[in-house]
Each structure stands twice: as structure tokens, then as C-alpha cells.
Design a protein around this ligand. Structure first.
Ligand code: ZN
Length: 171
């Protein structure tokens, strides 16, 4: 028997699924071939470890909460659902409501004159953050110029998006 043939038979052998003749052949090869013996040992260990894993299945209650469906329906165990279907679940409505609220706040910050002060704060925080990163890279003797160019690009793209209100355009 070739090593390749042994590799093919090994998992069946370890699971006790081989006929006596094949099993004897595998055993004699393993006794003579250190490589295959090592592989068999590794597979044995892996299988033993796998048996130690508990089989975890989400409880019907969890499914019911996730999908916002009655217990009886959840017993059908729809483990897999397409993502788009999941996104339309009624249980996600609070999430969407929160997101909508967030967008209202965001649009206030971005487009309302009163939001200008907040924009300035975001701007300052952003520059402070970039400055810190820049310093860290410089300390590490790394590519300061590249970081500077990168931060300029970040600011530029924020400007393009109108996120920072254009206060830093003079740079
Ligand atoms: Zn071998």
C-alpha cells in the first residue's frame, strides 16, 4: 500500500470502518512507515479532541427572540436564513429606529448652523487622533511622511464628503 492510499483510508481506519483485510494492511503500513504513523497519531488526537466538544444548539427560546416568531414555529429549526430575510425581521425594528435617530442627529450636526461648534470639536478630536498616530510612528522610526500624506488624504476626503464643514481647508 502506498502512503497516499493510507492517507485516504486513515479516517475510515480510525473510525473502525475498514474491512479486516484492509485494516491489517493499514496496520502493517503504519508499523513500517513513521510518516503515516505520525499522521495517524495526529488524526487520532484531533478526533479525540473533537469528541470532547459539546454539541451546542441555540435554544428554541433564543430562536424565538431572534426571529420574533412563536415557539411552535421555531421548533422547525431554521438554522440558516438568508441575510436579507434576517434583516427584515420585526425584531430588528428597534435597531432601525435607533439608526434613524442617529441619522437625524448626524444631519443636524452636519447641516444645521448650530451644529458648527460640534463639527469643530469632531475636527479637533480627529486631528488630535491623527497627531498621536503620527507621533507613535515617528517614535518607532517609521514612515512619518507617509502618515502625513495619509492624514492629509483623510482630511481631504472628509472635506469632500462635507463631514468637517470645511474649517480645515486652509491647511
Ligand atoms: Zn506511509
Amino acid at each position: 500500500m502506498t502512503c497516499q492510499r493510507i492517507e485516504e483510508l486513515l479516517s475510515a481506519y480510525l473510525e473502525g470502518g475498514l474491512a479486516a483485510a484492509e485494516r491489517a494492511e493499514v496496520e502493517s503500513h503504519l508499523a513500517a512507515c513513521p510518516d503515516c504513523a505520525a499522521l495517524a497519531g495526529l488524526m487520532k488526537k484531533t478526533m479525540a479532541a473533537g469528541e470532547g466538544f459539546p454539541e451546542i444548539e441555540p435554544s428554541p427560546a433564543l430562536f424565538a427572540r431572534l426571529y420574533d416568531i412563536p415557539d411552535a414555529a421555531s421548533r422547525k429549526k431554521h438554522v440558516f436564513r438568508p441575510v436579507f430575510e434576517w434583516l427584515t425581521r420585526p425584531s430588528l425594528q428597534p435597531v432601525y429606529a435607533t439608526l434613524t435617530g442617529l441619522f437625524i442627529v448626524l444631519s443636524f450636526v452636519l447641516f444645521h448652523p448650530e451644529g458648527r461648534g460640534i463639527r469643530k470639536q469632531i475636527d479637533i478630536q480627529l486631528h488630535r487622533g491623527i497627531g498621536t498616530v503620527e507621533k507613535l510612528y515617528a517614535d518607532a522610526g517609521s514612515v512619518k511622511g507617509e502618515i502625513k500624506a495619509l492624514s492629509a488624504n483623510v482630511v481631504k476626503s472628509f472635506n469632500t464628503l462635507g463631514l468637517l464643514g470645511g474649517d480645515e481647508k486652509k491647511q
